[in-house]
Design a protein. Structure first.
Lengths: 625, 588
């Protein structure tokens, strides 16, 4: 696979294909670094943060944890005891039988081995059950906490953080922790205990032989440290590589129409083969590290077996040790070296789980920039009077609204007109309290929006945006999202009012049709109609429509407008629309420019004046042909 | 489940064509594994000889050579294990990569109707999870199925040789362990699947909570979403606990059985030594060999289950690979495309749909002519557009390009003649340039610049890294209007003979739309055009209008003719103006 083939194919004009590695990636383009990767190079502060999170997750289980520790200890003691008992059986049990003095000791030893075996199995079962339950409790707790926190965080956060990262926090990161909890913790704890315990037992059995065995420890430590370092890098590379494979794969499948219509297949295959091969290479590296490490541990263990045989044999020959001790030693050796491989295997899991915990604790530390009020003001029957008082607002470094004063009496329908970037959407979003103003205040019926409880505000003010999101489930479910308590007749009535009823009834299962993933078979217009019906059903005092009808065809839009006229008669509305048909139903038009209101008045009056609105209207009339 | 096994087994067997290139490596891996096991098994025998010879009978001179032999065997064991794993990295990853590449290639050939019925996540899990399952089986399961069976047989043979009765006792214990392991793995896989499904459901809630955050915020439905999530998380919790219980019980029993065997061996083995039917060294060897059996026996259960899993995975992959692409290109190529499009009695029905989306559509578009498709939502405009580049095939009738049925044309030839800008502009997670030149990889700088001008998509130059900026899901988010303009630029960049615009201007504001239309007028002058239009200004781009009602073209003619003669058409387009006139009068 030549890199030049990929580099050439981009045909990126202006961006001269850089030589070497970069040209391979030219098709991907440039994007800002993900902030997520930082925890990999975690500073002390970050570690502290996730330790705290772990602490709060573990607190409810403090008692169980002690029990767990006792169980793991009991289990491993039992496990360590059996080779010792075998030794006792051989050394003390056999001679009496040989000398015809009965098998009493032997039977007793065997019974002891049986008891130990039962203890081990019982402790293991209990341990598994208990640690599993604790782990699952923690996961449930963590899932709920993170989900709830994300939902509390303001829109500004979500726009910065992007939905993809929200999803990976709540899926792959939690699963990384789950994996560790499910099979990592147990193996890790057992392995450590077993290695330490085995070491101790060996020392007790015969300190000389034990010291010889333990002499291999530095080599083991060195090999493990090397492996850990290498595997950390390889693991990360594999994750990156597989992410690229997945992104390209999913992108191609979702956009298959464009792929086929534009004969993109060969180029796609070229890119896919490249990322696929890169994934292969990354994987190969990980595999080969294991191929060195695993046999390496084995090698040390096997050499030690030979050494123990030699030295142990020597000691037995000179009657300084018994055959039973030697046998027990050989048994312990395998218990000593095998868990080492386990530890290294779980190192990856441990690493990704701790990275995940870092990211999650980071999310949980985010403070909602649109905080709930300390003392919420009740608003039993909102009328819908809106006031912007000296409001200014900007996104990071860009000031969008310098200083805005606006009074909208209850029941008025206001249309916002202006070029892209004039601040229309910002104004709408401030009204829906997706953001808080940097200065000044926005009030509803004289109450600052910041003093209204979330539920109060949301039942009074509803905003419908251009990008319509359709949830999985039925059409009725989706409309019902506007008012979950609504009955089927109410839902149908709302759909009739907005004109959605006719297309819904033409669907195979009518209101019970499954809209599929993200609105599968609904057209853009139908989705918008659904979103609009949803808002209609919510029946708020203030309705904010941001380009909510742009994808409708003309007859449908007309239906919506008719519905609007009746609907809006009783309530306050703020409408942003490119199409002037929608604007014309307003009581009042505001023309915005660079964050300021430059024209304000009823549409008819503005039309006849020689201002911006008049020229816009003329342009629109021409477009009607 | 049971009766599916032969087919699943056949599917797994079919993967052998991918294994063939690595035949040699697979043989070496199996050989190394077998030799390694033999070396490892020999060590306890050496230990036996050490105990029996030098220690019991005081033959000190044999101690050093025997110990060295043990070390040599240990070295061989480790070395062979290294060789096996090292080769495995190359072979099985090569197999996995090759299958994945073929799967992807095949999926790209399958038509839109296939992709309509398959979620991309389903396809992705075949390309990732299922493939790793197969890889694990080929690299590990298959080889150790052979080696472990051999090893267990060999060790039991040895044990029987050492002491027949004790050997039989051990052999008897192997059966329940293998049986239990296989049964456990089956149950475990089932629960794991259920956990996976529930995780999938939970992921859907998460995706919706993230994607629909604006709607959730707008309606204040935080608690509703939290309740949904909670329901999913609890279901997952319950199943996970079931999994925990299953595992806990199994592992406990699995550890118990070998220990019970150990009890028997210690008791009866020692007795046998006492009665001189077994040597002391024999007992040591016996116990050590017994310990060695633990893993291969446990693993056999795991391997059997992993084999079953691999079969299912192979079956799932071949389910896709065996789907014949319904839309394959013909052999005819057009030397020069004029651009005459004819729909001749075209009907179309979506797979599984009860009614026809299009029925008996007749339309003749001359080269260079532009026709506007007008009709209410759901009248079949988008479907009609998709038939020209053969994203779908007609159910009846035919579509022709320059008099040739599109089904007879070479697909590349057809699709390079026809460019489509879709209603929903798909952007890929790649640079803006890559997205623009989707259908024209060799486009020159001038062509790109020109297309950007036509589509009023100059904003691309202002992106942080200009044309190199990554857009799409993994990159910069563009507004609906920006995406539409990019999609339009993508369509016009290669100067196609036939341009299909499916409501490509809906998200543009009036000013931009006017500019785009002006530029399009020039582009369309020498191009056959099919334009889905909602507004008179867009219709003005067309020479003729085709009016679609419920899946069929009821009228064609100029805009003026239809306005004059077709009340339904007028209702769709003009009354709006009247309405507004009324409104305006009311207002003033």
């Amino acid at each position: 696979m030549s890199s030049t083939a990929l580099g050439d194919g981009t045909g990126a004009p202006g961006a001269a294909p850089a030589p070497g590695r970069e040209s391979i990636d030219a098709w991907r383009g440039v994007a800002s670094e993900e902030v997520d990767d930082l925890p990999q190079r975690a500073s002390l502060f970050l570690r502290e943060r996730s330790r705290r999170l772990l602490g709060t997750l573990l607190t409810p289980h403090r008692r169980s944890l002690w029990l767990l520790a006792a169980l793991v200890l009991a289990e491993n003691l039992a496990r360590l005891a059996s080779p010792y008992l075998v030794k006792v059986g051989i050394d003390r049990g056999i001679p009496p039988v040989l000398h015809g003095r009965g098998a009493g000791t032997l039977v007793a030893t065997s019974l002891a081995v049986l008891g130990v075996a039962l203890t081990q199995a019982g402790a293991r079962r209990w341990f598994f059950g208990l640690s599993g339950r604790i782990g699952q409790d923690m996961l449930l707790d963590l899932r709920r906490r993170v989900f709830d926190h994300f939902q509390r965080l303001s829109l500004a956060f979500h726009e910065r953080y992007t939905s993809g990262r929200v999803i990976s926090r709540l899926t792959s990161d939690i699963e990384a922790i789950a994996t560790l909890l499910e099979d990592g913790v147990d193996s890790l704890a057992s392995a450590v205990l077993l290695v330490v315990g085995t070491g101790v037992f060996m020392l007790i059995l015969d300190w000389r032989l034990a010291l010889v065995t333990l002499a291999s420890f530095p080599v083991l430590v060195w090999l493990t440290a090397w492996f850990r370092r290498q595997t950390a890098v390889a693991y990360r590379r594999t994750r990156e590589a597989v992410a690229l494979v997945i992104v390209h794969f999913v992108d191609s499948m979702r956009g298959i129409r464009a792929v086929q219509a534009y004969r993109r297949e060969p180029r796609n295959q070229e890119i896919f083969d490249e990322v696929n091969n890169r994934y292969r290479r990354a994987n190969e590296r990980s595999f080969k590290l294991v191929a060195v490490y695993g046999p390496g541990i084995k090698l040390i263990g096997n050499v030690m077996t030979g050494v123990v045989l030699l030295y142990g044999g020597y000691l037995v020959l000179h009657h300084q040790m018994t055959v039973g001790v030697l046998t027990a030693f050989l048994l312990y050796l395998s218990q000593f070296f095998d868990p080492m491989q386990d530890i290294s295997q779980f190192y990856n899991q441990f690493q990704s789980a701790s990275a995940a915990l870092e990211k999650l604790s980071g999310v949980l530390e985010e403070v909602p920039s649109v905080p709930p009020p300390q003392a919420p003001v009740p608003l039993p029957a909102p009328r819908g009077e809106i006031r912007f008082e000296g409001v200014s607002f900007g996104y990071r470094d860009r000031l969008v609204l310098p200083h805005l004063d606006l009074w909208v009496p209850a029941g008025q329908t206001v249309a916002l007109v202006g070029a892209t970037g004039a601040g229309k959407t910002t104004l709408a979003r401030l009204l829906a309290r997706f953001y808080d103003p940097t200065a000044g205040r926005v009030t509803l019926d004289g109450v600052d929006l910041r003093d209204l409880a979330e539920d109060t505000l949301r039942s009074a003010v509803v905003m419908v945006t251009q990008e319509t999101y359709v949830f999985s489930g039925t059409v009725a479910d989706n409309i019902g999202f506007g008012r979950p308590s609504a009955s089927r007749p109410e839902i149908v009535a709302a759909a009739r009012a907005t004109g959605a009823h006719s297309f819904i009834t033409s669907l195979p299962q009518g209101y019970d049709s499954d809209v599929g993933k993200e609105g599968g078979r609904l057209s853009a217009g139908q989705r918008q109609l659904l979103a609009f019906t949803r808002a209609f059903l919510a029946d708020p005092a203030v309705l904010v429509l941001d380009e909510a009808t742009s994808s409708l065809d003309v007859p449908t839009e007309r239906l919506v407008q008719r519905a609007l006229r009746t609907v809006l008669a009783r309530r306050t509305a703020l409408i942003i629309a490119h199409r002037l048909t929608t604007v014309e139903i307003a009581d009042r038009v505001l023309v915005m420019e660079a964050g300021r209101i430059v024209e304000d008045g009823p549409p008819a009056r503005l039309r006849s004046a020689q201002g911006r609105y008049a020229s816009l209207h003329n342009a629109w009339l021409t477009s009607l042909g | 489940m049971r009766h599916e096994a032969p087919r699943a087994l056949r599917s797994l067997w079919r993967t052998r064509s991918y294994v063939t290139p690595y035949r040699g490596q697979m043989v070496v891996m199996a050989g190394a594994a077998a030799a390694g096991v033999a070396a490892a098994t020999a060590v306890p025998l050496v230990a036996k000889d050490v105990v029996n010879g030098p220690l019991v009978h005081g033959l000190g001179g044999l101690l050093i050579p025997l110990s060295l032999l043990a070390v040599a065997l240990g070295l061989a064991d480790a070395g062979l294990s290294f060789v096996r794993r090292w080769i495995q990295a190359d072979a099985v990853l090569g197999i996995e990569t090759a299958i994945r590449s073929d799967l992807y290639a095949h999926l790209q050939r399958l038509p839109a109707s296939f992709h309509d019925s398959w979620q991309s996540g389903q396809l992705l899990s075949r390309a990732t999870v299922d493939l790793s399952t197969i890889r694990r089986f080929l690299g590990f399961g298959l080889i150790f199925l052979l080696v472990n069976s051999l090893q267990v047989a060999a060790v039991i043979g040895l044990l029987m040789h050492l002491d027949l009765l004790l050997g039989v006792a051990v052999a008897a214990a192997v059966v329940p362990v293998v049986y239990l392991s296989a049964r456990f793995e089956r149950a475990y896989i089932k629960v794991s699947r259920q956990v996976q499904d529930q995780q999938g459901d939970l992921t859907t809630v998460v995706e919706e909570s993230a994607g629909g955050i604006r709607v959730i915020k707008a309606f204040g439905r935080r608690r509703l979403m939290a309740a949904r999530f909670d329901r999913g998380a609890r279901a997952l919790y319950a199943t996970s606990m079931e999994k925990v219980r299953l595992t806990a019980g199994f592992w406990a029993v699995l550890e118990l059985i070998p220990n019970l065997v150990l009890v028997v061996i210690v008791l009866f083995g020692a007795l046998a030594v006492g009665h001189h039917t077994l040597t002391l060294g024999g007992l040591v060897a016996f116990v050590t060999l017994l310990i060695q059996l633990e893993w291969p026996v446990e693993a056999l259960g795991y391997i059997i289950a992993s084999g079953q899993e691999a079969m299912t995975a192979a079956d799932r992959i071949y389910e896709v690979l065996d789907t014949e692409p319904e839309i394959v290109g013909g052999h005819r190529r057009l030397a020069r495309v004029e651009g005459r499009i004819r729909f001749e009695g075209v009907s179309f029905r979506y797979p599984g749909a009860e009614t026809e989306a299009l029925s008996d559509v007749w339309l003749d578009i001359d080269p260079g002519e532009t026709v506007a498709l007008v009709g209410a939502t759901g009248s079949g405009k988008t479907t009609l557009c998709a038939l020209v580049p053969r994203l779908y095939d007609v159910s009846a009738g035919r579509v022709t390009l320059d008099g040739v049925d599109v089904r007879e044309l070479d697909l590349r030839c057809l699709r390079s003649a026809v460019a489509t800008a879709f209603e929903d502009p798909t952007l890929f997670s790649a640079s803006a340039a890559e997205n623009l030149t989707l259908g024209a990889p060799g486009a020159s700088e001038e062509q790109v610049a020109e297309a950007l001008v036509v589509a009023e998509a100059g904003f691309v130059h202002d992106l942080p890294w200009g044309l190199a900026t990554r857009i799409g899901e993994q990159g910069l988010t563009l507004s609906g209007g920006q995406r539409q303009r990019l999609a339009l630029a993508r369509a016009v960049i290669s100067h196609p003979r036939v341009l299909v615009l499916d409501d490509t201007l809906s998200a543009l504001d009036v000013h931009t739309e006017a500019k785009v239309e002006e530029a399009l007028r020039r582009v369309l002058a020498g191009t056959t055009g099919i334009i889905v239009a909602h507004r008179p200004s867009t219709i003005a781009l067309a020479d003729r209008v085709a009016f679609l009602q419920e899946g069929t073209i009821t009228h064609t003619g100029t805009h003026a003719e239809l306005m004059a003669g077709v009340p339904a058409y007028r209702a769709i387009l003009s009354q709006e103006a009247d309405d507004d006139q009324d409104l305006a009068e009311e207002a003033s």
